[in-house]
Write a protein that binds this ligand. Sequence first.
Ligand code: ARG
Ligand code: ZN
Length: 878
Amino acid sequence: MSEQPQEIRREDYKEPDFIVEKVELVFDLDRDVTNVKSRLFMAANPVRGTGKGDKVFLHGEDMKLLSVTLNETRLASSDFTVDQEGLRFKAPGQNFIAELETQISPANNTRLEGLYVSQSAFCTQCEAEGFRRITYFPDRPDVMATYKVTINANKESCPVLLSNGNLIDSGDLDDGRHFAVWEDPFPKPSYLFALVAGDLACVEDSFKTMSGRDVALRIFVEHGNEDRCDYAMDSLKRSMKWDEEVYGLEYDLDLFNIVAVSDFNMGAMENKSLNVFNAKFVLARPDTATDGDYERIESIVAHEYFHNWSGNRVTCRDWFQLSLKEGLTVFRDQEFSADQRSRPVQRIKDVNALRAAQFPEDAGPLAHPVRPDSYMEINNFYTATVYEKGAELIRMMHTLLGPDGYRKGIDLYFDRHDGQAVTCDDFAKAMEDANGIDFSQLKLWYSQAGTPKLSWQGDYDADAKQYRLTISQKTDPTPGQPDKQPLHMPISIGLLGADGSDLVAKTVELTEASQEFIFDGVTEAPVLSFNRGFSAPVNITTDQPDDELVFLMGNDSDAFNRWEAGQKYATRLMLSAIAAYEANGGDVEAAFADEQARVDAFIAAMRATLTNDDLDKAFRADALVLPGEAFLSEQRKPANPEAIYQVRTALRKRIGQALSDDFANTYHQNASNAAFTPDATSAGQRALRATALAYLVASGEDEFADVAVAQYGTADNMTDQMAALSVLNNLDHPGRETALADFEERFANDGVVLDKWFSLQAMSSRDDTLARIKDLMSHPAFTMRNPNKVRALIGAFAMGNPRHFHAKDGSGYAFYADRLIELDDINPQVAARLCAPLGKWAKYDADRADKMKAELNRILAKPEISRDLYEIASKSAA
Ligand code: ARG
Ligand code: ZN
């Protein structure tokens, strides 16, 4: 970075002066020097009106420009200018053809943006702004063109040549080369362009659409992985069907390709008809993937497929509108998973993810609205706020409109905007117009950052049989937004009678800072179940008495809130124990001394859940897991990672000891002799059994560690094997090293699986963890050039091991900052994404905070820091 990066602001949006109607690209692929020829059919933008000038600007970065030709006349170098941002020249008229020739080096592209090499294959990643690293182009989503792409490559090393749309020609060339020509009839923004070339195996299937068209489905993987594609393929077909049934949306080409690559900055990418995936979100076989992996594969395959409509057919006008496609598509994939599996279990998972990533983001230095107002580097805004909070915003629309009203709005949105690049306001307008309602206050969720805090007060009048509920809301200031307005949100509530049934179940609309709701005909003093199903993404500050929480844990008809009541109880218990631990100089026994009655009541409620065979096993497994260390640190200021770890571990031990007979029964009853199937019911059974094993081991009895060792040795699937290995991982037991060594040997040549092994060790609570991580950096399979490896070892340490990352002597911070500095020269996008944990310094004691800030400043002092890392580090240090 030569100068301080500029902020780009949403309010500065201007329509493009020139558009591109058609693009013809010719690639001459070579690892070191790839030649790219592009022909752009350009026109003055009619919506800008004529006479807007003749200055043409095309984005371009890190390329060698060989020639510029306008209407077949090659420009002299004095007729154009090139700088770090791109190419400028004078338009020869209203309509003209620009031809550009560039050279790029895929093998040296370690940023993995644009055209790069992964293993032996060429692939591309263009979202958000990677296309400008392939050729000069108006690389912005509101410029939509049709593409014709010719790929020339060596036939032996690249038998497979793919791009978007339909294959229209192919054949052999001289010198052992061959070619393929692809044409995509749907105009698209450059970020949806894709090219893949390599020696890949292909698994094929097909899908008949609702109008009876046959679509060929292909998944391309490295040779040898053909038997790991079944689940991704099955997920794809179920996604296609679901989108027809629930949204009335049909696939629009005759071919749909998925390619799995080992080197990928994010999860996956929805390029038109040529989705490119991080291999870890495609490959699964019972002995290599856990139930959690299967679940993620299903949801990511669905997510990328759903983008074909919510993202591709209707795209974003500019990158500030990113949530237009991402929030909507996340909501769609969440609902798909809820329909395929258990709805309440899915909701618990989504809310846990929101609380783990989005709430902290909204409460920290990087807080931004769902539709940001400014950015330095757009890749830094593929955030939990844009994705997950954005999905909650769509969910609230769904709740307020009901399924039919929502569907009317969706239909209007796709009718009205098919083929266009539009804004979040356009989406909300379609919802409003289709339903004749006003969302102006709801739309504040797009522009106002921060998680609202809600409190409530309930009063029961026995004579009038009336329950009055007052709800208040408040949002704390966030960077750049000191004043907040009240938001519009749906709050689903239940009033439970003494027998546990619902006297009232209703969704009210909160719009004011404080508002009263009156319920008549309430025949007895009820217990309130508030914000059922997490109908609004808020924090609730009102403390409900312990006995009401126990009652809700056992009776609420809303399964989400049964779980939620247990989480609240556990949180409250641990927070008071953490305070006592600190007050008693770090004595865990003393921490619970005054809490015995509450701990007993909590354990009794846990036991009731564990042994209630009417409840779904996956739900029971979730309900038995205590809130995590990261969640607890969000509730404490200053957060003391050591105290949190010690108290949570001690409570788990008490539960394990008190319920050891029940857990042992659960463990034995849920053993299965049947062959592994990845369905939700079998997965739930395995999850419950794994939870039982974890508590048995937590109880501290050696015999249970031996059970885990045995399970590792005999399991026929990765889920059970990882369940065993992850409890052994924290122990000083000879079985730990043996199992880890066995795992390493079995999967030495299997990058995706070996990442689990790296992560486990990075997240171990053992005291030798940081030393082990340092050793693992020189493991033959580890490289800073592969984002999955970096995330598995380095990322997992900062995000999944709060106790060692926050070691008092600052060793965790120093190690981590060194890695970010090293990584920034290789892959700035990934370095920036990993930087956020250091930015949480304000949550910790002065000593830790100073050390964290010092590391941020050391990062900022790095010569040639990238725009990506600079933005995150500077905002975090402020
Ligand atoms: N659109 C992709 C998805 O959510 C994310 C790709 C983002 N990549 C990036 N480098 N910003 O499915
Ligand atoms: Zn997406």
